[in-house]
Each structure stands twice: as structure tokens, then as C-alpha cells.
Ligand binder design. Sequence first.
Ligand code: GDP
Length: 531
Amino acid sequence: MATDLTTAPQSSPVLDEAVRRRTFAVISHPDAGKSTLTEAMALHAHVMEEAGVTHGKASRAASISDWGEVEKERGISVTSTALRFDYRDVVLNLVDTPGHSDFSEDTFRVLTAVDFAVMLIDAAKGMEAQTRKLFDACRRLGLPVVTVINKWDRPGLEALELFDEIQAATGRTPVAVNWPVGYAGRFTGLLEPGAATYVRHEVVDSGARVAREEAVDGAADRGLDPGIWLEAVEGAGVAAALNGTFEAEQFLAGEQTPVLFTAAAGNVGVRLLLDFLTQHAPAPEQRRDVSGASRPLGSDFSGYVFKVQAGMNPAHRDQIAFVRVNSGVFARGMELHHAQSGRPVSSKYAHHMVGRGRHTATASWPGDVVGFVNASGLHVGDTIHAGPSVTFPGMPRFDPERFRVAHNLDAAHHKRFAKGLSQLEEEGAIQVLRDANGSPGGPVLAAVGELQFDVVVDRMRREFGAEITLDAPLGYDRSLPLPASGVAQMASLPGVEVLYRPDGEAVALFHDRWRQARVQERFPDLFPPRT
Ligand code: GDP
């Protein structure tokens, strides 16, 4: 029989590898259990002998010692790494997002590098401020979201109540992939809606090993209180009757969010989550370049920088550009170019990022993350490629909400001050704005959250030897990009100030959101609604 070449599935090493990839981020409000779940996933994937090596509060204190001072002092994660592990025949790339609510801009950038997100919710708290923000970011980026309700071993909200909250806050319909049998201290297992059996787990306190599980017939399980079983069957039935069941297409279109339950600290539900991700979560797909054309996965290597991190290891004084592979295969030593400048990029010192250690990359495929060490001149949003030039769209920018004038405290070192700020601006750690006269009194640093300023002051001192001080915040707490045609109009309005980015683009600052809303209403042509 003749093969129909138009419909025959294509096969190539690149496509075979791409199909095996799941590249995602776990997003949550701080303390929902992101680190714990990450450890538990890695444990299941046998990356580590014991959970707690890479993350976890106890080990975290020890392992952050070579990270930024601010991070050390505050014990919070302000940086992103990529963790790669094999699970069954799938490669999971877990791109870590900073957990602090001030870092939404940074987090947003990381989300551009993943194909879906796992939203982790604390069963006792439901949707929290940061969860909502992250969910909005996923919507803006068109990312499918898998929801995980964690800490089911603790007293919390009712499952159906949580479903209502998710629906109201996200607009996506939560559909149960599994349903808990019992809750809090009597959390016994997970039931697939409609099934007669459930996966019963043992309780593992320390989380140091995978929980033993077995499939048992719920109605015949003598160890299980029949009331608990009936309640679970009923709950799952109500959820299915109200919201329906999992439909792959609706999930990928962002209309549904599949929901799974876990007690990550005891490694419960983690295997079912991993199985679900390998079976149903999207593999990397073709990405569009600036011209709008889809770049086939099998074409020459291309990738883009979603994060630049300096000062990860003071002993090396290095800077790492994290690159998501969009097409082709990457191998060390290959000839690469930086699309924005046309200059060659050295691939000699490229690494996979695994936990916080580095492993030398031999080959990477679409969806993988590669760290380019000391590749100066690489900025967030830039494209790297082999073969003919291709450029992916730059990084979407967040509109800053905090503004402070920066002063150089050491006039003899003006160069360091200027260089440091321009480097941090290029990295996307902060935005640097100036007025039409070049801000002789000091540039305005613009951030999404206050903590970003602390990081910048600290990094200016440590990495650039520049002591800086910041004035009290300016009285603006909203901003929007402004087309050149609107500059004169905006500059004449009370309660609005116009400043400029280094690339000359204008930004309008507003005293507050009411002022912004009124101006937007009056000048819809200058500020078209954004999705
Ligand atoms: P992160 O800030 O989101 O990374 O949260 P962590 O993973 O550090 O977890 C915050 C706290 O919740 C820690 O004390 C964890 O031990 C605890 N925790 C995480 N998952 C669970 C769980 O499933 N059950 C219970 N009881 N505690 C959990």
C-alpha cells in the first residue's frame, strides 16, 4: 500500500526527543509546598537518593550559601534554576520560579520558557494572592494549567469549595483527575472518578522515600470506613456532574484545569501526578519567530534567553544565560550565533542545570534548558541559533509600579555606577528610566516590587563596586508604555509623568490606578486594551 506522505507521522531524532519532553513550572503562593513537591517529584524520578538534597527548608539553608546575599539573609529564593530529570520514558524539565510575591516580573519571564504550569494550592488556604497573579500570567501567555491541591493530610477546605474558588478566580473549569478518599488524618488514598478501585497509600512521615501504594476495591476494603468511601464516591460524582470530566482539548485551550490531590510532604499522590503529566501534558511545540512563521522543531538549533543570572557562584564570578531550546539539537562546541548582533556565541561552556550543580551538556533537545556560562552580550529575550538567522519575539515587559531615584555615592566611580545599572537593566533585574533631559539628578529605577530595589543595591555593591542610595519612592504606582505620538499630550496632563527607557521608548507614570483608568478611557488610541 502506498504511504500517504501528507499524513504519515514524521519521525526524526529531534521530533522523537521533543515528544518525550515535558517542560513546566510549578507556581504557587509561598509556603504552599513548591519545594516539597519538587523534591518529591525528583525522588520519584530517582534523581536523588533521598528527598531534601536539592530543596527543602533544612537543606536550603546550607545550599544557598553560594547564592546572593539578599537570598541568604532573607532565606528566600530570588533566582531561577532548571531541574531536569527522567521519569519512565519522559524527560521532565522543571523550571523553578522565584517564590516571592515581589518577583512577578522575573517569574513571568520564566513562564515564557515553559509549555504548561502546575499550580499548587494549599488545601487550607485555597487561592492566595500570588496564586491569582501567577494564574493571570499563565492566561496572558496562553499556558495550560494543571492544578494540584496539596497538604490534603492536614485539615483544610472542602474539595468542592476549593473547586468553586478555582473556577471563580481563574475562569477555568476545574475537573477532578482524582478525588481524595478521606481527609486530614484519615486521608487514605485517591480515587479516579467512576472507578471501583482506589489507590491506597501508606503514610510516610519523613518524605524520605516513595509511599507504597496499591490499588484496592474501595467497597470491599475492610481497612476503610465505609462512610469515608461513600463520601469520596459521592464527592467525585458531584464534581463530575457539575464540572464534567477531563477533556484534553479543553485543557490545552485553557478552558479546563485538571485537578489532582497530593500530600507532597509524604510523597502521596506524586506518582499519579507524574503519570498524568507524562500522559496528558503538552510536549514542546513549534514556536513562532518575529515574522510570525512557525519554526519546525526539526530545523537547525535555535533557542532564546529567558533568564540571565549573575553572581550564582562568587568563586567563579560568572554569569549564566538560561536558554530554552526551541528547535533542533544543541551540542557543545557547535557554531552558534547571537541573532540580535550577528556575533558568534561560544558553546564551549554550556551546561545543563540540574539542581544547583552543573552538569556538562552533551546534547539538548526542544524543551530543554541550557545554561551558557559567561556568554557576555546575551540579554533576556535574545535568540541564539545555528544555521541561517532566526529571531524569536523579545520578552514581554511588566509595567513597573514602584519608582525611586538612584544616586551614586562615589563620584570617582561614576563608570561603575553607569555600567552596573546598564547591566542590571539588560538582565531585566530592574528598569532604568530617565526624563527628557537625561535625569541629571539621577536615573529613576522602576520595579514591580520593593524587594527588587534591595537586590539591585546589593548587587551594585558586590558585583560592580558601586555604592548607591535610593530616594523615597516617587508618588506613582502605575505605568504604561506610551507611543511617541502621545508624549506631548501626556506630558501636559496633571498626575502623569513621562519618562524614557534606554532604548528611547516612552513610559507614562500615573499617581494611582484611578488616574490611569481615567486617562486610558480618555485616550483609548494611545492605550489599547491588552489581553
Ligand atoms: P514553598 O514555599 O512553596 O516552597 O513551600 P515548602 O515546600 O517549603 O513547604 C512549606 C511548608 O509546608 C513546609 O514546612 C513543608 O514541610 C510543609 N508541607 C509541604 N507539603 C506538605 C504536605 O503535603 N503536607 C503537610 N502536612 N505539610 C506540607
